[in-house]
Structures are given as C-alpha cells and as structure tokens.
Design a binder for this molecule. Sequence first.
Ligand SMILES: Cc1cc2nc3c(=O)[nH]c(=O)nc-3n(C[C@H](O)[C@H](O)[C@H](O)COP(=O)(O)OP(=O)(O)OC[C@H]3O[C@@H](n4cnc5c(N)ncnc54)[C@H](O)[C@@H]3O)c2cc1C
Length: 406
Amino acid sequence: MIYDVAIVGAGIVGAAVAYRLRQAWPEVRLAVLEKEPQPATHQTGRNSGVIHSGIYYKPGSLKAILCAKGREQLYAFANAEGIPHERCGKLIVAVNESELPRLEALYERGLQNQIPGIQKLKAADIPLYEPECRGEGAIYVPVTGIIDYRATTERLLSLSRADTFYDSCVKSLEFKEGRYLIYTPREKVEAAYLIGCAGLQADRLARLDHLRPPLRIVPFRGDYYELSPASRWKVRNLIYPLPHPTYPVLGVHLTRMIDGSVEAGPNAVFAWAREIYHRAGFSLQDTWDALTFRGTWRFFYKHWREGLAEYQRAFSKHLFWESVRRLVPSIRKEELHPARVGIRALALTPDGSFWDDFYFVSTERSLHVLNAPSPAATAALALAEEILKKAFATWRFSSPVPITGL
Ligand SMILES: Cc1cc2nc3c(=O)[nH]c(=O)nc-3n(C[C@H](O)[C@H](O)[C@H](O)COP(=O)(O)OP(=O)(O)OC[C@H]3O[C@@H](n4cnc5c(N)ncnc54)[C@H](O)[C@@H]3O)c2cc1C
C-alpha cells in the first residue's frame, strides 16, 4: 500500500499531527514510524508533566501563541478522553529583593500574553498558596496544570487510526516516482508525503531527506530528584524560581506529578549522548556531532559561567538541595532522592545562539519539525494544526485533497 502521509516519530508532536490529520482528512492513509517499541519514549515521556500557561514567551512568538491555544485544547482533550490531569496552578517566586524587578517584568509579560487570572503576591501571601514556600514576592498562575503526557500521546495515536510501525528506525529516505521510499531495518514504507517529528534526531532525519538544516541539535541532560513520600506535603502544587535571564532553562522547580509524587529538577548540563539516560551516558557519534559543530563551542563560550555552575550542581547533591531550599527552606537534604533523567533537544545556530521558537523546514513533499522545545508538549494540538497548515501551503498536491477544518 502507498500511504498518503508518513509521520516519523511517535512523541507527542508526531501523535498530535497524526490525530489532527485524521480530523482534517478522514480518509487519509496514514503511517507512523517509531524506532522504539512504544510511543513517548524520549522527551515526551521524560518531561516535567506540566501544562504551561505561556507566561514566559516573547509576545507574538509562535511559542506564546501556540502555548496559550494548545493549553486550552489539551485541557479539553484530556477532559473528553478521561486522561489524568489537573488545573492546579503554580507559583513563580522571587526569593530575594534583587529578583523583584525581574518578577515585575515577568508579570508584565504575562499581561501582554493575556494569561488568564495571574496575580502578584506579596511575601506574606505566598504561604496561603504554598505553606512551606518562602520568597519576597511571587506570581500566581492559575491556568498552569499537570498531566500524564505518555497517556495523552497513546490516546492521540489510537484516535488517529494510523498504521503504527514500532521498532522501525528510519535509516534512509529516497524520493522516486512521486513518492517517498522510507527504509527501516524491518520494512520499506511508501508514502506520498512525509512529516518528520523526530525530536532529538530531527536534524539527522532532515539530512536523510537531503536537507541542510541550519540548526544542530545538541543534547542537554536534566536530572530530577524525588521528595520522600513522607515529605510530599511540603509542596502542594508547582513552585518555580524565576527563569534564568539568558540561559535557556526555567530553573530547578518543584513539581507535583499527576501520580502524586513530587519531583525537583531538572538542571541542564551538556549531555554526551542524545538518548542515554544515565549520568555517565556516552555516545561517540552524538559527542562528535556536537563538538564538531562550531555553534556548540560558541554556546559554551557565551554561557561558560552558567554551564560550569550547572555541571557543579549535577555532581553535588548539596548544591542541588540548595537550589531547592531557596524555594522551600524546610526541605532537608536527606528528603531528596536521585530520580529519573530527561534530555532536551537544544537547537543551536552556527553562531552559538539557541533557537528560541518552534522551527520547521519543508520541501515540496515533506516537512520537518526541527525545533519543538518546551512548551511543545503543552502546545502539541495547536502546534500540529500549525504544522499541517504549513505543510498544505507548501506541498504540491498531485490531486485535490479534501482537507477541511484547519
Ligand atoms: C526534561 C524535560 C522537561 C520538560 N518539561 C516540559 C513540560 O513540563 N511541559 C511541556 O510542555 N514541555 C516540556 N518539555 C518539552 C517537551 O517534552 C518536548 O518539547 C516534547 O516532548 C517534544 O515532543 P516531540 O514529539 O517533538 O519529541 P520526542 O518526544 O523526543 O519524540 C520524538 C520521537 O521520534 C522518534 N524518532 C527519532 N528519530 C527517528 C527515526 N529515525 N525513525 C523513527 N523514529 C524516530 C524518537 O524515538 C521519539 O520517540 C520538557 C522536555 C524535557 C526534556
């Protein structure tokens, strides 16, 4: 069979694209190829599980627009499909007076981004929301929530009614006689159009499609600690510090997960492998790709102070605990236990900047999502609409296709 569209990658972005495509084109012959034995194995299944409000992002950016839209679409989807989630709200805390101007600036940004219901809190009001948290001021963001992203991805895929090929790593792509020949070690799949949603491998997949993506994916590891079950009461919902002003991370935060556990993290250190989830993980190919790219060295040069501090904290539980204690002073070091690891795909430009928005490249027959960083899980349903609009605007259809509803 020749599929109309093949999607590579069964993270939440690929799954949402499959779901939206089925809605827009009910008769589509659709294939999803995933190299792992199940969906959501990488970034999607290892993230913080937060439904972001959209407060942080540059007003007017795709991240800001699609996060706000996707957040409400995700709540509606989770309600309709019975996916575990909760609109629990979060605090963003200024821990000392010197941070208050940045808190004010973030609040202003929240207003510009029209985040519903945000409130500025004085120091004395913080314990009303989080009894153990201390700070000089905070922003309360009521629309932030938590969700099971793995379950969301599985449901999106099953509703898409796509033929799913697991354990099918796309190794090469050939475009011949008006269709893609997609080779994996197990099969050859044929499709008229291709959408790449390959997360940490997005640049490599685009290269297989004979593109020269201007961005290189460089992996950054995030370690989490878990709070002892007996101490979970110290964190009611979500407690975040102010985001770092120049380093592309939100900072170590405390998150109540949808299963009731409480996690602290993630930090952000350069990783020696894109998909190996322990602190000593090393891949020669991944390290070679990162270190032979001049953007990586320029990024290190620009951010060596932050990078060094992150590395020290990655090897010191004491330093990690100090970051946590800034937000909740009553948490004791022995209440923190090393937990899971996640790896972010950071898309770097040759001049060493990180690309701070979603980014796509397309041909007449394919579209690749080259950069889908946080909040892509929150935004997935709206991001999928955007991806399909872009694809249909760029692709040259050989016959009229009944696309509706986008
Ligand atoms: C530590 C961490 C915390 C985060 N916290 C949040 C959060 O709280 N909220 C939020 O909204 N976002 C968060 N994010 C971001 C969010 O998780 C990602 O933006 C999102 O999951 C990206 O989804 P994706 O489908 O693009 O990528 P992925 O989930 O990585 O999926 C890509 C898939 O493509 C497959 N693939 C790759 N190459 C091939 C190939 N050649 N052949 C076949 N399959 C292939 C991979 O196996 C993988 O399953 C976080 C990310 C990290 C890492």
